[in-house]
Design a protein around this ligand. Structure first.
Ligand code: ADP
Length: 271
């Protein structure tokens, strides 16, 4: 296994936010982390990316503690796309995507033709060729998200860790990015772990889902096994049905448990 978590517990300032998390991520697999805000998805991804030390248990990359691996070696194995990254640098799209080659060539080495071809392909795959000379601080949030995806493609890692990769994308680019990820998984045997809010996209693109609630694993398995009415009621407080859409993919239909509840405040009354 390239990536695994064993009895992983994680905390911030002594406050536990993830408890006893276990996962083995096989090659050619997309694992989706789902759960309400604050359930620990980003924190687990950060630990698998080696960006934080576990309080207990292990986050391993090919059997090595992720947080203790040499950074350059880690970057050849794992590509990490955070949900938010500042676009404050005065660099163009193309220059940012070229940074993805750093783990393979060192900072001071000139780019080879291979490097430049890989960068060009990453730009094309992320639909960024027309924007490649644009400064990244002049892009929309969704365009910048695609730049981060292109940078990780140029990095050519063996596993991808994606934190809400579609959160700021329009529908066209959501499908494009997830089709691209699925294509890489199928062609190159990548392992992918992604936090994803949209349960329809999670059902359609993920091989395995992990449902989290308050930092604990509530359910692990195929979309059909995890996205049950009982699980979604217990964790998200919605009534939900999993069904096959007209193209044969899994989809989820949802409505609130109590749609007529009127918000009230003890001080103000009905709001
Ligand atoms: P999710 O990605 O599922 O929304 P997170 O992993 O971001 O959840 O957060 C899990 C918990 O950890 C939340 O209660 C959140 O408030 C807390 N948390 C996240 N980041 C920090 C931080 N840097 N410092 C302290 N607490 C944090």
């Amino acid at each position: 296994m390239l990536l695994s978590a064993n009895s992983l517990s994680l905390s911030y300032n002594g406050h536990n936010v993830v408890e006893g998390f276990n996962l083995s991520i096989a090659p050619k697999t997309i694992v989706g982390l789902i759960g309400p805000n604050g359930s620990g998805k980003t924190t687990i991804l950060r630990a698998l990316a080696g960006l934080m030390e576990p309080r207990a248990g292990t986050a391993l990359v090919q059997g090595h503690h992720a947080a203790r691996l040499n950074k350059q070696i880690r970057a050849r194995k794992i590509g990490w796309v955070p949900q938010q990254e500042s676009a404050a640098w005065p660099l163009t799209v193309s220059e940012v995507v070229r940074l993805g080659r750093a783990p393979h060539r060192g900072w001071l080495m000139p780019f080879t033709k291979d490097d430049l071809d890989i960068v060009e392909c990453a730009l094309a795959r992320a639909d960024l060729l027309e924007l490649k000379h644009r400064p990244v601080n002049k892009l929309s949030g969704g365009e910048f998200q695609r730049v981060l995806i292109a940078r990780v493609l140029a990095q050519e890692p063996e596993a991808l860790l994606l934190d809400e990769p579609t959160a700021s994308l329009d529908v066209h680019h959501q499908v494009q990015v997830l089709d691209l990820v699925r294509g890489l998984v199928n062609e190159k045997g990548l392992s992918v772990v992604m936090a994803i809010h949209d349960l329809n996209l999670a059902a359609r693109y993920c091989d395995q889902l992990v449902l989290l609630h308050n930092g604990r694993q509530v359910s692990v398995g195929t979309p059909e096994e995890v996205l049950t009415a009982e699980n979604l009621r217990a964790v998200f407080h919605v009534e939900a049905k999993l069904y096959r859409d007209p193209w044969g993919a899994w989809a989820v239909s949802m409505r609130q448990n109590n749609p007529l509840r009127i918000p009230t405040s003890p001080d103000v009354g009905v709001c």
